[in-house]
Design a protein around this ligand. Structure first.
Ligand SMILES: [Zn+2]
Ligand SMILES: [Zn+2]
Length: 931
């Protein structure tokens, strides 16, 4: 008995019908599964995968202490039957079979489904020969051919599919579990995260941010209309978009009669016939006639299973030589398209059009069978699309006659363009894209015309467009995200999980929150790079360059890296997602413009911003999220009508901040107190004028400020000067804090702000101050001995670096001095140039130049010039002395002993002190040199 296993029931039925040679096929049902019998052959359809990959027992509990999300990365997986009735039936017939043919789809997924069937058969019957039939269409020719030349199962191809299954399971399960738990979500409310899904979601989410932050710019366009023989000519100013209103206005006013034709150009434009359909292009074309990507693929699959079109999952855009194009035309003669076929036959191009990609597994999507509208119903539209596209690829290019008229209106140039389809070509059989004529009347060069209408229009630049489904699929393909078989499914998943919605696609609140948080804390998940890498690794399995287990192992390592990024940020990620997704972030009306104030977060920082941004820039800064996420409480400030804010951190009591505006005003009072010319009365005037912060104040022009709050210009001048001085200190302190944060980690009871306050008490307000501060002062603020030393040294290094840079030492040399331990200008100027040269590897002449510069700036004596020649010959003299090697040389250079002469002239006791050698050693060298 011959057992045939197909991918789906419908395929099993059609294959049986074709192979029986239209003989009698008996259809029965066993355990709910269809079985098709003819002669000694039985054909059974699977339901795609009949087994699934899952983790071994013990990993189902999300909140298990023993198995946290990360443990899923290394958990073992098993295969579990999902369609027991089909599995049972296959094994029952496998026992009796003397030949088994696997006839699943021909691609990675199909090969894997085939391998699953293979394993089921082998488990029941170790001996029966198992072969494989591969075909690109379920038609009589293809099926007959495939079964008459059976091949073997491609285990490498299947292994690639298996790797994808396991990798996606591990990534999806561990990340989804981690993020959902972090954001305290469960049940039907989980936040799914995935290897392909998350970088795909990031595209519309990032785009939405771009759109939200887009500031439209005004521009102006000028057009005029004129007329010839009753036909209107619309001409646009040759400068196109004016970004300057005055220029536009002057061009507009300068446009006057006489209006004269200065040039007429006629030309021809070739409009290329479209290339054969691959999956992506098919989805794009289907989208134009109203199909979502998932729907288009579902219908295409159905059409394929029923033998109407070839396999719809293909990357190929070049018809292979083996494809019988003439035969397909003959087939189509029996359809509604007979007239189109006849036209194509008469006008056929020499060679069909070609795209850029050729692959060997499947040809481009093309029609394979005869269908009628009644038979297909709704699906007819996509069948027709495939047929017409096929016909178009055999049709000649279309041609347009073009016309360009240049006009002059008193020195202003205008241009009118027109075009007319002269050869419809492929457009005759492929009417999906509009071909609209815009015909211009015949005019001659030098001809005068009348201006009928002149228009100056103000327009605005537009933000980038949102993604459509088909555009997103195209970009996924470019970025190497997913495969031709999975891209549309990924998008469908994002829609069904309510991450994106609408057409064009927009991210939902949740979609945005999850993406932004991942981008801030674990951007490897949202960037395409890692997925691309895995995608390539899986391709390599197909050609035996990599093993399945190797790729899965590598992906586990990558995922561990991702968790290294994620785990320290668990609380922040969770809080960010929760906060962004709830509406509890609105604080109340903005004191400046009246729109809503809202708590906003970015990475580790948070602030209160105005919904009127960018028109209104009012904002209140808040402590970083490490002190807790800011949320509003139930209390409301009576004077400002704003909700109170508190900082909530896991495991500690919330930090009640009160009314954020009252806080801001209080804070500014501290600043204002430092401005001696600012009296309480003026401070009140500033508040009344809604100038809430020192930053806002310092930006004012003195005249404007004087007028706004009713003080004299002189008063305003003084206040502003002092305000800027205070601001300068604040800026320095903020730089200082940033610097300190790099080296001093926050600890319980030792916040960065607390350290800074301690610094201020000791008069330390800048990086320079740290560099010159006593270690004891630094330690007073809670730094350990080691931290204090590190911080001071880093400050010295940074300050010195900046000083040396200012003096004119190039960055390359600077690095060499620092590496050799010469940090400060003083370090350098007090060392002998010869010693510096040997320690840094910088040439002696350059060192002398540097030391001279530094000495000049410090007001110290300049070094003696030493030429390279003198230096080199002195070095040779010293090296020639017995007992002098590189290390002794270094000692001698320290004391400025650079040749025999200086050695002999040196006073031994003094030289011993400077070189660090013993007196006797120096004397011995002098004796040796004197000989
Ligand atoms: Zn506002
Ligand atoms: Zn208040």
């Amino acid at each position: 008995m011959h057992l045939i296993i197909a991918e789906k029931n419908i395929a099993a039925q059609r294959i049986a019908k074709i192979l029986s040679g239209n003989g009698k096929v008996t259809a029965t049902k066993e355990g709910g599964v269809h079985v098709y019998t003819f002669g000694d052959t039985i054909s059974i359809g699977l339901r795609g995968h009949v087994v699934e990959v899952d983790f071994i027992e013990g990993y189902t509990n999300w909140r298990s202490q023993e198995h946290p999300p990360r443990s899923l990365i290394d958990a073992d997986t098993i295969k579990r039957p999902t369609e027991p009735a089909i599995v049972k039936l296959i094994q029952k017939y496998a026992k009796k079979a003397n030949r088994v043919t696997i006839a699943t789809d021909f691609d990675t997924e199909g090969e894997l489904i085939g391998k699953e069937a293979y394993e089921l058969v082998r488990a029941a019957n170790t001996k029966v020969p198992i072969d494989r039939a591969r075909f690109s269409a379920i038609t009589k020719e293809e099926i007959t051919r495939a079964f008459s030349e059976p091949a073997q199962l491609d285990f490498d191809l299947a292994a690639a599919g298996e790797a994808r299954q396991v990798v996606d399971l591990i990534w999806g399960a561990s990340l989804t579990r981690f993020i959902s738990l972090a954001a305290k979500r469960g049940g039907g409310n989980i936040l799914s995260v995935g290897r392909v899904q998350s970088p795909t979601l990031a595209m519309p989410a990032d785009r939405e941010r771009e759109i939200e932050s887009f500031v439209p710019e005004p521009y102006w366009e000028i057009s005029l209309t004129t007329e010839k023989d009753g036909e209107t000519i619309l001409a646009r100013h040759a400068s196109g978009r004016f970004t300057n209103k005055e220029e536009a206005q002057s061009a507009y006013e300068g446009t006057k009669e006489p209006l004269v034709v200065t040039d007429v150009k006629e030309g021809k434009r070739v409009d290329r016939a479209p290339t054969p359909f691959d999956t992506t292009q098919f989805i794009v074309a289907a989208a134009r006639i109203g199909y979502s990507a998932a729907n288009a693929m579902r219908v295409a699959e159905e059409l394929y299973m029923n033998g109407f079109i070839s396999y719809p999952r293909t990357d190929n855009t070049i018809y292979p030589p083996s494809l019988h194009l003439e035969g397909i035309l003959t087939t189509l003669e029996k359809t509604k398209f007979a007239k189109d076929v006849e036209w194509v036959r008469r006008n056929r191009r020499a060679k069909p059009t070609e795209g850029k990609k050729s692959s060997t597994d499947h040809p481009p999507i093309h029609p394979t069978g005869v269908a009628t509208e009644e038979q297909l119903g709704e699906n007819w539209k996509l069948y027709e699309l495939v047929v017409r596209r096929f016909l178009a690829t055999l049709s000649p290019d279309a041609e347009w006659a073009t016309m360009r008229i240049e006009l002059d209106a008193s020195g202003q140039t205008y241009i009118a363009t027109g075009s007319r389809l002269t050869e419809a070509g492929w457009r005759t059989v492929y009417p999906y894209s509009e071909a609209k004529d815009s015909i211009l009347p015949v005019v001659k060069k030098g001809e005068g015309l009348k201006i009928q209408d002149l228009n100056l229009e103000e327009k605005q630049t537009q933000p980038p467009p949102r993604y459509s489904q088909s555009k997103l699929i195209q970009v996924m393909e470019e970025l190497g995200l997913g495969t031709k078989s999975t891209r549309h499914e990924v998008i469908q998943k994002l829609i069904s999980r309510k991450y994106i919605e609408g057409n064009p696609l927009r991210p939902t609140l949740v979609g945005k929150a999850v993406t932004e948080s991942l981008e801030a804390h674990a951007c490897t998940i949202t960037r395409p790079d890692m997925t691309q890498k895995l995608e390539q690794a899986m391709e390599a399995i197909k050609v035996k360059e990599k093993s399945r287990d190797g790729v899965i192992g590598d992906s586990r390592k990558m995922l561990h890296q991702v968790f290294d990024e994620l785990e320290p940020n668990e609380a922040v990620i969770g809080q960010e997602i929760m906060d962004q997704t709830d509406e509890e972030l609105t604080i109340g009306p903005c004191p400046v413009c009246g729109k809503d104030l809202r708590i906003r977060r970015k990475g580790g920082s948070q602030f209160i911003g105005c919904n009127g941004y960018p028109d209104c820039t009012f904002n209140i800064s808040l402590p970083g999220t490490m002190w807790g996420s800011a949320v509003r409480t139930k209390k409301v400030c009576e004077s400002h009508n704003l909700f109170f804010v508190s900082l909530v951190a896991k495991g500690s009591r919330p930090w009640e901040m009160g009314c954020p505006l009252c806080q801001l005003i209080e804070q500014q009072k501290e600043h204002y107190a430092k401005i001696s010319s600012l009296t309480d009365a003026i401070a009140q005037k500033l508040l009344d004028a809604k100038i809430f912060s020192l930053y806002d104040l310092a930006r004012f022009d003195p005249t404007v400020l004087a007028k706004k709050i009713g003080i004299s210009k002189k008063q305003a001048d003084t206040i502003l000067r002092e305000a800027n001085e205070v601001l300068d200190i604040i800026r320095k302190r903020s730089e200082c804090k940033k610097f300190m944060k790099q080296f001093i980690p926050p600890k319980r009871g030792r916040s960065h702000t607390k350290v800074m306050n301690g610094f201020a008490e000791s008069g330390i307000n800048s990086v320079e101050d740290i560099a010159s501060a006593a270690i004891e002062c630094l330690k007073k603020t809670g730094l350990s001995e080691e931290e204090a030393h590190t911080l001071k040294n880093e400050a010295i290094s940074l300050v010195s670096k900046n000083k040396l840079k200012d003096i004119g030492i190039p960055a390359v040399s600077l690095k060499k001095y620092q590496e050799a331990g010469f940090l400060t200008p003083e370090d350098i100027v007090s060392a002998h140039p010869a010693y510096l040269a040997i320690k840094t590897g910088i040439s002696i002449e350059t060192v002398v130049k540097h030391v001279t510069l530094i000495a000049q700036s410090l007001g110290k004596p300049e070094p003696v010039k030493i030429s390279k020649k003198v230096f080199d010959s002195g070095k040779n003299e010293l090296i020639a002395i017995p007992g002098v090697g590189e290390s002794t040389l270094e000692h001698l250079y320290r004391a400025g002993i650079i040749d025999k002469k200086t050695l002999l002239a040196a006073e031994p006791v003094q030289a011993a002190k400077l070189t660090g050698l013993s007196k006797d050693h120096v004397k011995k060298l002098q004796t040796a040199a004197g000989v």
